[in-house]
Design a protein around this ligand. Structure first.
Ligand SMILES: [Zn+2]
Length: 79
């Protein structure tokens, strides 16, 4: 019983991660408005665009994205 439940919640987690990854990848591949953050709409500084021409979000949102990545990494390591 307990094993079946664990397995089910694990599958659900995988689906959520996959959906989130797909969402992030789609945002990354298709900038809505060049020079503007896809996540919050803020103007991306020209200096940042010069360093990262394919940047689609501002520094703050990039940090949030990286924090999410770290949290996902820790989650899978605990398993
Ligand atoms: Zn932003």
């Amino acid at each position: 019983m307990a094993d079946a439940f664990d397995h089910a919640s694990e599958l659900e987690m995988g689906d959520r991660e996959r959906a989130l990854n797909t969402h992030l990848n789609r945002i990354k591949e298709a900038p809505v408005d060049y020079g503007y953050c896809n996540d919050c709409g803020a103007n991306i500084p020209a200096q940042r665009l010069a360093l990262l021409p394919d940047a689609v979000c501002c520094v703050t949102c990039q940090e949030i994205r990286e924090l999410r990545e770290v949290q996902r990494g820790l989650g899978s390591r605990q398993r």
